[in-house]
Design a binder for this molecule. Sequence first.
Ligand SMILES: Cc1cc2nc3c(=O)[nH]c(=O)nc-3n(C[C@H](O)[C@H](O)[C@H](O)COP(=O)(O)O)c2cc1C
Length: 220
Amino acid sequence: MGMNNSCTFETVLLITFLTSYHMSKTTLISPDLSLDAAWELVHQHLTRAVSRDGAREEHAFRYLSLATVDVQGCPRQRMVVLRAFRNQREFVIFTDSRSDKVAEITANSAVSLLFYDDRRGLQLRVNGAASLIVSGDDVVTEWSQRGSKSPFSYTSVLPPGTPITHPEEAYTWKDDDSALFCLIRVEATLMEFLQLDGIRHRRSERSWIGDEVTSRWIAP
Ligand SMILES: Cc1cc2nc3c(=O)[nH]c(=O)nc-3n(C[C@H](O)[C@H](O)[C@H](O)COP(=O)(O)O)c2cc1C
């Protein structure tokens, strides 16, 4: 009898939790969507995160964790801003060419990206190869149109990570040095979303071999 009561109590708790979960989240990937439609929505979500119509500032996918591998083979993560998303699998990030992540990518192009949209309950993980774009039209355009709008981010006299005795020592910047500004371009080889939804979560992975793409549902 006592056991039945406690089971009933736990069931009520579980239902209460799941109901409140549903009320607090607006899922992006609804249960009725086909695999292709689900991935199309994920692409639209990423595109919105970089759109210039003002929506991006508040967008959860604007910020992501970029993981690289250091020379000892240890993973290293840091937050970055997503600047562009193209061709269903290409991600662009701005950085300072003197930063550790650039040296790590030069030695090992394998990277992973992680996004999470709490309001939608949507996680996106990306594995891929990073390349560095340090000169050329893309760099010139991005620097003149966008990089220079935040010159303090990429023009510090001291390279990022330099040991200092006081924060003030780092507060000098070069006037305009686009040579320190570079783009990190990540081409995905594997993308995986997890849509949280009470207990009926949905998870899918999409992988590329060359230009050939394969998608499938997987157990959450
Ligand atoms: C919210 C947020 C956004 C950031 N965006 C960028 C970015 O877009 N590019 C960048 O190089 N660093 C960015 N940073 C700083 C990095 O997290 C990191 O501290 C810095 O780039 C040095 O990283 P590294 O030494 O691993 O190369 C951001 C930090 C935060 C907290």
